[in-house]
Ligand binder design. Structure first.
Ligand SMILES: Cc1cc2nc3c(=O)[nH]c(=O)nc-3n(C[C@H](O)[C@H](O)[C@H](O)COP(=O)(O)O)c2cc1C
Length: 358
């Protein structure tokens, strides 16, 4: 099968290990790239100094192409009244675990759009691929990155967003379906078309010149073959990698993923301030209940959630964690290294592809 995207990316297999801020690691990304897939470093929760260190570590572990990923949300407009109302809403839980939340809530992660130090680092040491989530940086930054030789990828959750990416000069589109684990890549947090991966891949493949990378609910070789059959040139898989040896998912997260509770995921903005899919736990079902007051902006709400989670987990309660996972979570496999998982996925994909091609 000819695949222009793989040639452009100089990778052997149509698999991108999704950037997963908080869960993917440099060793995971390096192992994915060394195994012939595209490894991704998630810098959405990093500052420029941390990113510089991660890049150096990565370059020590692989000479293969890799991707780095940024969040491009509109910088948070901090609103003290909204924050106070939210903390009042959290008070019963603070009483339950005996603690307080430090205020004012902070912008714990800086958006790439406002982080010139990070932009400069990318221009000094351009990786093969730079990817964006939650929209795009300014046109001038896109231009600079392209001139520096980076191949640019960005997430779209609708045809409308895909058209904006194409017009902005992006090179390939991640079609993120509603099944996907983690944050919805929607540009405007108040607008979500909620399209499934199946329909979204077809919509973008039919209407865009750009290569499509399918994301959301793909957990095995059959899923990869199906996505490619629909017109995607590669897949981006996140949840599938959460139980690999290189994942930084902690014991509680791993236990949850290995339990029947992985069959129940839901999208909620109550954890971070932006909608994201995770395994249903108390922070999603109780704190994010429809009766909740307005949620502070991303990432101020995340600051509150992380503080609450720290108080709860100190008492052995992990119900307030961000256990991000996609709708296919119950298909997750345990016990593999990243390289072994990629090998299994490739073998399964080849079998499925031969079956489809008859
Ligand atoms: C734990 C977790 C963290 C994620 N963090 C990021 C991130 O930092 N940047 C990003 O672009 N996408 C992130 N995503 C979304 C993935 O890029 C991708 O859309 C998603 O994993 C695909 O769905 P799947 O989880 O069903 O494979 C994350 C997903 C998960 C599961």
């Amino acid at each position: 099968m000819s695949n222009a995207l793989l040639e452009r990316l100089r990778i052997a297999y149509p698999i991108i290990q999704a950037p997963m801020a908080g869960s993917s690691t440099v060793p995971m990304a390096a192992a994915a790239s060394n195994a012939g897939a595209l490894g991704s470093l998630a810098f959405g929760a990093s500052n420029a100094a941390q990113a510089r260190e991660a890049l150096a570590q990565m370059r020590g572990l692989t000479a293969q192409p890799f991707s780095v990923n940024f969040f491009c949300h509109w910088p948070a407009e901090l609103d003290a009244d909204k924050d106070q109302a939210w903390i009042r809403h959290l008070q019963p839980y603070l009483d339950e675990f005996g603690g307080e939340i430090a205020t004012p809530l902070k912008e714990i992660y800086k958006s790439f759009v406002a982080d010139r130090a990070m932009q400069t680092l990318m221009l000094e040491q351009p990786p093969a691929v730079v990817s964006f989530h939650f929209g795009l940086p300014a046109p001038a930054v896109i231009q600079e990155l392209k001139q520096a030789g980076a191949f640019l990828i960005a997430t779209a959750t609708s045809l409308e967003e895909a058209r904006l990416l194409e017009a902005a000069g992006i090179d390939a589109i991640v079609a993120q379906g509603i099944e996907a684990g983690g944050h919805r890549g929607v540009f405007d947090e108040h607008v979500d078309a909620e399209i499934g991966t199946f329909a979204l891949v077809r919509l973008i493949a039919r209407n865009s010149r750009l290569p499509v990378i399918a994301a959301g609910g793909i957990m095995d070789g059959d899923g990869i073959a199906a996505a490619l059959q629909l017109g995607a040139q590669a897949v981006q898989m996140g949840t599938a990698f959460l139980l690999t040896k290189e994942s930084s998912a902690n014991e509680a997260y791993r236990t949850m993923l290995n339990s029947p509770r992985a069959e129940h995921t839901r999208i909620s903005a109550a954890i971070s301030g932006r909608r994201a899919r995770g395994i249903v736990n108390r922070i999603i079902s109780e704190i994010g209940a429809p009766s909740a007051p307005a949620i502070p902006a991303y990432p101020a709400a995340y600051d509150a959630a992380k503080q609450l989670h720290a108080l709860a987990s100190a008492k052995g309660d992990h119900e307030f964690a961000a256990h991000w996972a996609g709708q296919g979570a119950a298909l997750i496999r345990d016990g593999y290294s990243t390289a072994e998982l990629i090998q299994v996925l490739v073998e399964e994909w080849r079998v499925a592809r031969n079956r489809i091609q008859g």
